[in-house]
Design a protein around this ligand. Structure first.
Ligand code: F0G
Length: 351
């Protein structure tokens, strides 16, 4: 990554800022596109992981946030606000700190993973918790930004999605083509919308021959796009995608239909199986929401919807350290041993 300038400068021919704008960057993007041999074997496809946990605040949100905060600064904003299940707030807080702005985050009560909360605290954000879910937070953030001098940096701010397209471009640039199928988690649906815009732009400009099919996955307890109507009390262990009424609903449906893709749902149980498989077999520790793309890979490879032999990319959207509680809840217990090589060897059954 040395020399990587962040996504705005890396894609300056495709991302424009207002004249004279200062680029607010933490050198986000340029994340690994990692081969996944075990998943390839299981699925009969050539599988790659786009490891977005490698971004500066540990999730893909940094791609959109560098653009949103650079725009906000250029417009003279001194304060930004967002609603979040945790990652958007961590990212907004970091880039606002870098830009010398105040950041306020609206979070749902008791539903924020510990690591994300720690980030917002460390970056000095004002953390406002409301007695409601993410959808309530977003509505409140929108109304506040409409009436008061504070910039909204949720993905309903269109410049966020411009930045998030860069993940699709990086994948094409690395493979020398687009994948056949791209799989990703869907919550508020900004990211699937952005990936489709990004792939479409490359296909329209002839950089790649064709855009991939997009397969999006929601958790069963928070699957409004699959059920065809908003979910009033969304629930899943994957707090990042606990969203009942996605802001980019239309964008997600358009991405699905225009790409010949699908949006389906999976149980928390299957999501956690994929979570353990990723860490235990591929060495890639992701947060629960991220694992749903891999759970979806295994499901669609198993039922034939994912054609064998396809070149496939799964975006794993956030780092495993974001949610230590889920990791520890499923951990093999720590084993006390006496301070002796023999005791260590016998615990490990080394003979
Ligand atoms: N994965 C992670 C780790 C996320 O944090 C999110 C969204 C998604 C997937 C889904 O992306 O919303 O664009 O469909 N997190 C938002 C937040 C809601 O507030 O951080 P999406």
């Amino acid at each position: 990554r040395s020399g990587w300038p962040g996504i705005i400068r890396a894609y300056q021919d495709r991302i424009t800022l207002p004249d004279g704008a200062k680029v607010v960057t933490l050198q986000e993007g340029g994340t690994p596109l990692l081969e996944a041999p075990h998943l390839s074997e299981l699925s009969g496809c050539q599988v790659y992981l786009k490891v977005e946990g490698a971004n500066p605040t540990g999730s893909f949100k940094d791609r959109g946030m560098t653009v949103a905060i650079s725009h906000a600064l250029a417009a003279g904003a001194t304060a930004v606000i967002c609603a979040s299940t945790g990652n958007t707030s961590a990212s907004a807080a970091a880039y606002a700190a870098r830009a010398g702005m105040t950041c306020a985050v609206l979070v749902p009560r008791g539903k924020i993973a510990l690591g994300k909360l720690a980030q917002a605290v460390a970056y000095g954000a004002r953390i406002l918790q409301i007695d409601g879910n993410f959808d309530d937070c977003l509505e409140l953030a929108r109304k506040t930004a409409a009436e008061y001098p504070v910039e909204l940096v949720n993905s309903v701010n269109p410049v966020r999605l411009i930045g998030q397209q860069t993940a699709a471009w990086e994948i094409c640039d690395a493979l020398g083509r687009a994948p056949d199928v791209h799989l990703l988690p869907v919550g508020n649906a900004g990211n699937i919308t952005a990936y489709w815009q990004g792939y479409s732009a490359y296909a329209n400009d002839g950089v790649v021959a064709a855009a991939p099919r997009l397969f999006g996955f929601q958790a069963e307890g928070a699957a409004p796009l699959v059920r065809g109507e908003p979910v009033r009390d969304p629930d899943t262990i994957a707090t990042a995608i606990r969203v009942g009424n996605p802001a980019s609903w239309a964008g997600a449906i358009a991405a699905r239909d225009a790409s010949g893709g699908l949006i389906d749902m999976l149980s928390d149980e299957r999501l956690l199986e994929a979570y353990h498989l990723l860490a235990g077999r591929e060495g890639v520790f992701v947060e629960p929401a991220s694992a749903i793309s891999v759970a979806g890979l295994l499901m669609t490879a198993g039922d034939g919807r994912l054609p064998a032999g396809s070149t496939v990319v799964c975006t794993v959207t956030g780092h495993g350290l974001k949610d230590p509680d889920t990791a520890l809840a499923n951990m093999v217990p720590v084993e006390p041993v006496p301070v002796s090589p023999g005791a260590v060897a016998s615990a490990l059954e080394l003979g």
